[in-house]
Design a protein. Structure first.
Length: 323
C-alpha cells in the first residue's frame, strides 16, 4: 500500500474516533469540564509518558547527532505560517481579527494528528521524529505565538509555561536517560524487574495519547456552533494552513534536492506532513486565554480539520512523487 493510501486509511480511522467525541459532546455525555479535564490529562500526563518512553527506546548518540536539526523543522513550520499570516492578514482579516488570524495561520496541529499517521507509516523511529519536532514547535508557540496574541509582548506566564511544559520536560528526561543508561547493561535482578515494570507502566499510559487526543478533539469541535459558510478570515486561514504552507515546504524540499542539499527522507516527509496539518485545537484555548477572537479560532479549527481529509493525502502523494 502506498504512503498516500495509508494516510487516507488512517485519517478515516481518526475521524471515526473524533466523531465519537463529537457525538458525545453534542449529546451531553461529555460536558465542557470533562472535556477540559481529558484534554489536560492528554497533554500533561499521556503525551509526556509517550514522549519519555519513545525517546528512551529510540534515541542514541548517533541518531541524536544525525537528527540535531529536527526540532528546527518544527520551529520552521510554525514560523513559516506566522510569516504567511502576516503577509495575508490585510487581504482576509479585519484589524481586530489580525492577531488571531496570524496566530492561527501558524498553529499547525503538529503532534496529535500526525502521530497516528507517522506511527503507521514509519513506526517508532518516525514517532521519535514527531516528538523532536514538538520540541521546536513548542518553543516558537510559547514565544512568538504568544507574543502575536499579546500585541508583540511575551509575558512571564508564557515563559513559565514553557519552562514547566510537561512534554518538553519529558523529552529532556527521555533523551538524557537514553544517553546515560547504557543499552544492554546488566542490572541486579530486583532493580531490573522494578525498572521494567515502571517502563511498562509509563508505556501503557503513553499508549492512551492518540485515542484520547482524538476523542478530546472531537468533543472540542462538538462544542461550537458554526455558520454554514465560513467567513473571509476563516477561508484565508484554511488556505494558508492546507494549501499555501505545504506548497511552500514542498517547493523548498524540491529545490534543496535539486541543489544537492536534500534532507534525509524520513524527517523531510514528516515535516511536509506537519506543514499540511489543520489548525491545532489548542488554538481555541490560547485565543480565549489572551482575549482574542475565539469564534474565528473555533471555525478555523473545524473547517481546516474537515478540509485536511482531502488535502493531506494529496500533499503526501506529491511528496512521494518528487522525493
Amino acid at each position: 500500500m502506498s504512503e498516500s493510501a495509508v494516510v487516507v486509511t488512517k485519517i478515516a480511522a481518526m475521524f471515526a474516533v473524533m466523531l465519537l467525541g463529537y457525538a458525545a459532546r453534542r449529546s451531553g455525555r461529555l460536558d465542557a469540564a470533562t472535556t477540559a479535564l481529558l484534554g489536560t490529562a492528554t497533554a500533561d500526563v499521556c503525551l509526556p509518558a509517550l514522549t519519555f518512553a519513545q525517546l528512551l527506546a529510540t534515541v542514541d548518540a548517533r541518531r541524536l547527532a544525525a537528527g540535531w536539526f529536527v526540532p528546527l523543522l518544527g520551529a520552521g513550520v510554525i514560523v513559516l505560517g506566522q510569516i504567511l499570516g502576516r503577509l495575508c492578514r490585510g487581504w482576509f482579516a479585519t484589524p481586530e481579527q489580525a492577531p488571531t488570524f496570524v496566530f492561527l495561520s501558524s498553529l499547525a496541529n503538529w503532534i496529535y494528528l500526525p502521530l497516528p499517521i507517522v506511527a503507521a507509516l514509519h513506526g517508532a523511529v518516525g514517532v521519535q521524529v514527531v516528538l523532536l519536532i514538538n520540541v521546536g514547535a513548542q518553543l516558537v508557540l510559547w514565544t512568538v505565538g504568544v507574543a502575536t496574541l499579546r500585541g508583540g509582548r511575551v509575558d512571564r506566564q508564557a515563559l513559565s509555561a514553557l519552562a514547566k511544559n510537561p512534554g518538553l520536560l519529558a523529552a529532556v528526561a527521555g533523551i538524557a536517560a537514553a544517553l546515560l543508561l547504557p543499552r544492554g547493561a546488566a542490572f541486579p535482578g530486583l532493580v531490573a524487574h522494578a525498572g521494567e515494570a515502571l517502563l511498562d507502566a509509563i508505556t501503557l499510559v503513553g499508549s492512551l495519547t492518540i485515542p484520547l487526543s482524538l476523542v478530546v478533539t472531537g468533543a472540542q469541535l462538538g462544542a461550537g456552533r458554526f455558520d454554514a459558510r465560513p467567513s473571509r478570515a476563516v477561508a484565508g486561514i484554511v488556505a494558508i494552513r492546507l494549501l499555501l504552507a505545504p506548497a511552500i515546504v514542498l517547493a523548498l524540499f524540491w529545490a534543496a534536492q535539486r541543489a544537492g542539499l536534500a534532507l534525509p527522507r524520513l524527517p523531510a516527509s514528516i515535516a511536509v506532513l506537519v506543514a499540511a496539518m489543520p489548525v491545532a485545537v489548542s488554538g481555541g484555548i490560547l485565543t480565549a486565554r489572551y482575549h482574542q477572537d475565539t469564534t474565528l479560532a473555533a471555525q478555523s479549527i473545524l473547517y481546516s480539520t474537515l478540509g485536511s481529509v482531502v488535502t493531506v493525502p494529496v500533499v503526501v502523494w506529491i511528496f512521494d512523487s518528487i522525493a
